[in-house]
Design a binder for this molecule. Structure first.
Ligand SMILES: [Zn+2]
Length: 55
């Protein structure tokens, strides 16, 4: 059951060009991410920061 229920209507290149998530096809600034999207990051993490803050 590892089949993600995500259907992309465009290619990854097209999605990136439209500033959409290449994994789920949603528009993060307005829609966020698909519930099953493997990339649920609102924005890319800054380079050089390997230590993540703990709550
Ligand atoms: Zn996504």
């Amino acid at each position: 059951m590892s089949d993600p229920k995500i259907r992309l209507l465009f290619t990854r290149a097209q999605l990136i060009a439209m500033k959409r998530c290449a994994d789920c096809g949603w528009h993060p600034p307005t829609q966020g991410h698909h519930p099953d999207c493997p990339t649920k990051e609102p924005e890319p993490a800054p380079v050089g920061s390997t230590v993540q803050p703990r709550p």
